[in-house]
Design a protein around this ligand. Structure first.
Ligand SMILES: Nc1nc2c(c(=O)[nH]1)N=C([C@H](O)[C@H](O)COP(=O)(O)OP(=O)(O)OP(=O)(O)O)CN2
Ligand SMILES: [Zn+2]
Length: 129
């Protein structure tokens, strides 16, 4: 039997923000900033009949840009979404994942994962199984 193929698309965007990790025993408890890099991967199995795209990269980048626009140049700890959860890379990735999933509802495309990186050497990826 022939396997059902899928596509996975990746878009990347950046934002700059300050944060401090509550309860962290070390310098990261003090306020500091990062240029966060965000990579979102989406997937699906059906292309549009005319353009034969899973979803336009432009649409994806606009969605991601809207989400990151709410974080850009903010002190993340002061935002309601991080009032109870630390603005760690892990929690940022989960927040962005759910925001993107809500925007993609009814498109036939789902979020595979979101990766947040404070710097090239380290990143956190959120996905759901
Ligand atoms: N699992 C995680 N660990 C850490 C996170 C995180 O989001 N998830 N975040 C931090 C801090 O934000 C910190 O800014 C980064 O820490 P670190 O790279 O350790 O610190 P430096 O920038 O000083 O890098 P060095 O390599 O130590 O010079 C911490 N941990
Ligand atoms: Zn940090």
């Amino acid at each position: 039997m022939q396997k059902k193929g899928k596509w996975r698309l990746t878009v990347r965007r950046d934002f700059a923000a300050a944060h401090q990790l509550r309860h962290y025993e070390g310098k990261c408890e003090r306020m500091h900033g990062h240029n966060f890099n965000v990579e979102a991967q989406v997937e699906g199995d059906t292309l549009t009949p005319d353009t034969e795209l899973l979803i336009d990269f432009k649409v994806l980048k606009t969605m991601l840009g809207e989400i990151l626009g709410g974080l850009d140049h903010c002190h993340l700890n002061e935002l309601p979404q991080f009032a109870e959860h630390n603005p760690s890379s892990e929690n940022l990735a989960r927040y962005i994942y759910h925001e993107l999933a809500a925007r993609l509802a009814d498109t036939g495309v789902s979020v595979h994962s979101v990766t947040v990186s404070e710097k090239p050497a380290q990143s956190a990826t959120y996905f759901e199984e």
